[in-house]
Design a protein around this ligand. Structure first.
Ligand code: SF4
Ligand code: FES
Length: 373
């Protein structure tokens, strides 16, 4: 057992980034640019301990994520450890290489659900965004395997400039693949997505069309397919309550054991996050400077400090405040009340105008082997 918490409510979920290795090269990946090399990944016994400590801390839901978790040969052992600890486990996967045999092994280890990504509605478009020929076909087989084994299947599609106009076809793909849930998540600009923002940020008109179409599909498929729309916060003037609040609901353990309040927080300077090799998850959750940096509301300045929304949206996203305004303690510039909101408006206005050379598609694919720690 880990130390009991003295005052901080426990987290609900653990994001276990078991590896940063991945067979795909999506330009919207939220992994950091300095990917952790495989030789620095936690060993099996360390992940087993992390799962038990997470359960002792009060975590209910473990997301086995990455990179591509299937590239860990010990994934079934990690899953079994999470199950033994009493955690609900979800595999977050590209589906590349996922076989029915492997799924049966994971289900035997207690895996409960699969979140499968696809990049677009057709093989050509999806493979182009994923940066891997044939990946759409392997995803289709993976979806069939999940259905055959009887696990819950959520199809996850990151929406951006290149695929937003295919929204209707993407919904039909979800129906054809027999998924239980379809999550349509507008790209969030962290990591590789931030580096590729010009190519990925849709126009305001695209977002408005897609939203209308989504509402029609949601009404039409009510009771048949769970449809989730993750809002494009650059366009709403309303910040997202990122991660359900800093140090409120979730913790992320990166491949080398660093524990972060969100998957993108490694980009924040001066955060000095702790590692599971040095401290228990309970100590890190309650006492580490990184988790306490933006917990609660005392760190806020105006306009958040006196805003009636501050307990609902927690001032938005710290990583976005840093990425756009250079200071993680400022109001999220996505908020219409932020003194930095003009930065977001300038980006969305630029995305609605043609570029002089007409080219927005020059993105940098997520590149294994580059910038790795
Ligand atoms: Fe949220 Fe701060 Fe904007 Fe108020 S001012 S809505 S608390 S981000
Ligand atoms: Fe880090 Fe929002 S992504 S706080």
């Amino acid at each position: 057992m880990t130390d009991a918490l003295s005052g901080t409510a426990p987290p609900w979920s653990l994001i276990a980034e078991v590896t940063h290795a991945c067979p795909l090269r999506c330009p919207y990946c939220s992994n950091p640019l300095d990917l952790t090399r495989r030789s620095r990944e936690l060993e099996t016994a360390e992940w087993v301990r992390v799962m038990q400590e997470a359960a002792d801390l009060g975590v209910v839901h473990a997301h086995l994520s990455g990179g591509e978790p299937l590239l860990r040969p010990d994934l079934a052992a990690i899953t079994a450890a999470a199950t033994r600890a009493g955690l609900y486990t979800q595999l977050v996967t590209s589906g590349v290489g996922l076989t029915e045999e492997q799924l049966k092994q994971l289900a035997g280890a207690g895996l409960r659900s699969v979140q499968l990504s696809v990049q677009d509605s057709t093989p050509g478009a999806s493979d182009r965004i994923a940066g891997r020929r044939g990946s759409f076909a392997t995803k289709e087989r993976a979806a069939a395997a999940v259905r055959a084994v009887g696990l819950f299947l959520c199809l996850d599609v990151v929406l951006h400039r290149e695929n937003l106009d295919s929204l209707g076809d993407i919904v039909e793909l979800g129906l054809a693949w027999g998924v239980d849930k379809l999550e349509l998540a507008h790209v969030q600009f962290y990591g590789w997505a931030l580096a590729n923002r010009q190519a990925l940020l849709p126009s305001r008109e695209q977002v408005a069309r897609a939203r209308k179409e989504f509402e029609q599909w949601r009404a039409r498929l009510a009771g048949q397919l769970e449809l989730v729309w993750v809002v494009p916060d650059y366009f709403e003037g309303v910040p997202k309550p990122c991660m359900g609040g800093w140090g409120v609901a979730s913790l992320t353990v990166t491949p080398d054991g660093t524990v972060l309040p969100c998957p993108a927080a490694s980009a924040l300077p001066g955060l000095d996050p702790s590692n599971v090799k040095d401290h228990s998850l309970a100590w890190i959750w309650e006492h580490s400077p990184a988790f306490n940096a933006y917990r609660g509301t005392a760190w806020m300045s105006e306009p958040c400090r006196s805003c009636p929304q501050r307990e609902q949206d927690f001032g938005g996203c710290r990583c976005q405040a840093f990425a756009l305004a250079g200071d993680a303690a400022r109001t999220d510039p996505a908020c219409r009340w932020s003194p930095d909101h003009h930065l977001v408006r300038a980006l969305t206005e630029a995305a609605s105008k043609p570029l002089p050379d007409g080219d927005r598609t020059g993105w940098t694919p997520r590149t294994p082997g580059r910038n790795r720690r």
